[in-house]
Design a protein around this ligand. Structure first.
Ligand code: CTP
Ligand code: MG
Length: 178
């Protein structure tokens, strides 16, 4: 149970960017409205420059809040890192999550899945895999993310996604439970 909570905590800087993108996104799409070789959009109107930037900044913001919460509650995960190392890791998790989010859309478009339509597993795991890949470039990642944590993240993320969406549906924040 503790490892599960620790995993979710450590992954918040990767989990939250897409929510900030939903809140603050809009405007010019990253692909500038252009099509790929297959005649479909490269990424689609759901991936905007403003959303991408807001997502990365949002993830960094959440990570800083986490440092404060750790100090208040008296445990040390992110707060035990030197600030520079922390910043590098938090940025790579948030940036990687947004790159992965865009990669997910790129793959969806290649399969002919329209913007906004769900693509199970891909929708929930692409961002995480890319976030892991980017974050693994930082030294701090290897201190905090043990193999166990990494694996729990991969298993629990799709389930967490589903649980959060069902909750949002029950609270009438979302129209469909997926
Ligand atoms: N969003 C954005 N910029 C991003 C990512 C998301 O503006 N880089 C906003 C868009 O308004 C998008 C919404 O957040 O519609 C929901 O994000 P997401 O579910 O990732 O996109 P979808 O619209 O479902 O598009 P896709 O099918 O490409 O995933
Ligand atoms: Mg979507």
């Amino acid at each position: 149970m503790f490892e599960l909570i620790k995993t979710i905590w450590l992954l918040l800087p990767a989990y939250t960017p897409n929510n900030f993108a939903v809140l603050f996104g809009g405007g010019t799409p990253i692909d500038l409205g252009k099509n790929f070789l297959d005649g479909r959009r490269i990424l689609g109107d759901g991936k905007t420059i403003r959303g991408f930037v807001a997502g990365v900044l949002g993830g960094l913001f959440v990570a800083h809040i986490q440092i404060l919460v750790e100090r208040i509650l008296g445990f040390e995960l992110y707060s035990k890192l030197p600030y520079g190392e922390f910043l590098k890791l938090a940025f790579l998790l948030a940036f990687g999550a947004m790159v992965g989010d865009s990669l997910g859309s790129f793959i969806k478009r290649r399969f002919g899945v329209e913007r906004g339509k769900c693509f199970p597993i891909l929708d929930q795991l692409t961002f995480l895999i890319v976030a892991y890949a980017f974050a693994s470039l930082s030294r701090a990642f290897h201190i905090l993310f043990t193999t166990e944590i990494i694996i729990i993240g991969i298993i629990v993320t799709p389930l967490l996604h589903l649980a959060v969406n069902i909750l949002a549906y029950l609270l009438r924040i979302k129209e469909v439970p997926w």
